[in-house]
Design a protein around this ligand. Structure first.
Ligand code: HSE
Length: 329
C-alpha cells in the first residue's frame, strides 16, 4: 500500500509522520504533498529524507491519502483522489456532516469506517477527545445532556498559532503591546471565548461542531449538548470540563471503574496527590487523561469530569492513523 500525506509541512502533517513512524500500518511508500511554497523541502521519515511535492491538481498516485491541508483543499481535491482510486481520511470539516461519509473515532464507532465510499472524516479535535471519555459512559448509563467548557491550546490554530503565542508573549515581557493575527485578540496572559465564526444562535462554529459531531459519532441525535469553546495561552493539548446528566444514576466510583478499562483513556484522578488531567502531562500521550470525576451537584446521579487530550494526536493525526490501521486489518 502507498500512503500520501497532503499538508505534510503543517502541525498535523508533522504529527502524522511521527505517528506513522511507529504505527503498525504496513505501507511500501510514503509521499509528501504540501503547497507549492513548501515544494522541494525535505522531511525525515525513519531516518531517510523525503522530498515534499506540490499537491497536484488531479489524482494522486497512492492508495491512501491522509489529508490535513484544510477544508477548501479537501473539498476541491478529495473527490479527484477518490476517483483516482484512493481512500481519503480527511482531517478537515469539509465532509464531516455528509450522510454518506463516516465520522470515526476508532475506540467508539470504528466499524462505521468500513462503510466508507472513498472518504472517511476525522472529527474536530475537541470532539474526538471528549467522546473517548463520554462514549463508554453513554453506553452504560445513557447521557441525556452534556455541558462542555473547553480550554484549547494555540496549536489548534496550527504552527502559526503557536508562533503567535511565543512571539507575542516575548513582546509583552519586554514591555511592548501584543498584537494578534491568528486569534481575535492578543493571546498572551488572556483567554478568548471565541474560536471560529459566530453562528446565528450565538454559539461559535467550534462549539456547534462539538454538538453536531458528538451526536453523529455516538449515533444519538436526541443528545442535548451545549459547549463554550475557549482559546487559552498553552501550546498544545485541549482540556475540557464536562458535566453529564445521565438516564441511569452513576457514582464517581462507577465511572472510575468503567473508564479504567476504556480504550484510549487514562484515568488520572487522585485529588489527595494533586493528580488530575493537565496539558503538562497529557501532551505527547496517545491516551486522553480523565480525572476530577465527581458527583454533579446539579444533575442527580450525574457526573462532572475533566479531560485533557493531545489534540494534535488523538484529536487529529493519531485518530487518522488508527482509522487506517483498522481498514488494513
Ligand atoms: N478547531 C480546533 C482549534 C482545531 O482551533 O483548536 C482542531 O480541530
Amino acid at each position: 500500500m502507498r500512503v500520501a500525506i497532503v499538508g505534510a509541512t503543517g502541525a498535523v502533517g508533522h504529527e502524522l509522520m511521527k505517528v506513522l513512524e511507529t504505527s503498525s500500518l504496513k505501507f511500501s511508500e510514503l509521499q509528501l504533498y504540501a503547497s507549492p511554497r513548501s515544494a522541494g523541502s525535505t522531511l525525515e521519515f525513519r531516518g531517510q529524507p523525503l522530498t515534499v511535492q506540490a499537491t497536484p491538481e488531479g489524482a494522486l498516485p497512492t492508495d491512501l491519502v491522509l489529508a490535513s491541508a484544510g477544508g477548501s483543499i479537501s473539498k476541491e481535491k478529495a473527490p479527484r483522489w477518490v476517483e483516482g482510486g484512493a481512500v481519503v481520511i480527511d482531517n478537515s470539516s469539509a465532509f464531516r456532516y455528509d450522510e454518506d461519509v463516516p465520522l470515526v473515532v476508532p475506540e467508539v464507532n470504528g466499524e462505521a469506517a468500513l462503510k466508507h465510499r472513498g472518504i472517511i472524516a476525522n472529527p474536530n479535535c475537541t470532539t474526538a477527545i471528549a467522546v473517548v471519555a463520554v462514549a463508554p459512559i453513554h453506553r452504560k448509563y445513557g447521557v441525556k445532556r452534556m455541558i462542555v467548557s473547553t480550554y484549547q491550546a494555540t496549536s489548534g490554530a496550527g504552527q502559526k498559532g503557536m508562533d503567535e503565542l511565543l512571539a507575542e508573549t516575548h513582546k509583552v515581557l519586554h514591555g511592548q503591546d501584543a498584537g494578534h493575527q491568528e486569534f481575535a485578540h492578543p493571546i498572551p496572559f488572556n483567554v478568548i471565548p471565541h474560536i471560529d465564526v459566530f453562528q446565528d444562535n450565538g454559539y461559535t462554529k467550534e462549539e456547534m461542531k462539538v454538538a453536531w459531531e458528538t451526536r453523529k459519532i455516538l449515533g444519538d441525535e436526541s443528545l442535548l449538548i451545549s459547549c463554550t469553546a475557549v482559546r487559552i495561552p498553552t501550546l498544545r493539548t485541549h482540556s475540557e470540563a464536562i458535566t453529564l446528566e445521565l438516564e441511569r444514576p452513576a457514582t464517581p466510583e462507577d465511572i472510575r471503574e468503567l473508564l479504567a478499562t476504556a480504550a484510549g483513556v487514562e484515568v488520572r484522578d487522585n485529588p489527595d496527590q494533586k493528580l488530575y488531567p493537565m496539558p503538562l502531562t497529557a501532551s505527547g500521550k496517545y491516551d486522553v487523561e480523565v480525572g476530577r470525576i465527581r458527583q454533579s451537584l446539579v444533575f442527580g446521579g450525574g457526573i462532572d469530569l475533566f479531560v485533557a487530550g493531545d489534540q494534535l494526536l488523538k484529536g487529529a493525526a493519531l485518530n487518522a492513523v488508527q482509522i487506517a490501521e483498522d481498514l488494513q486489518r
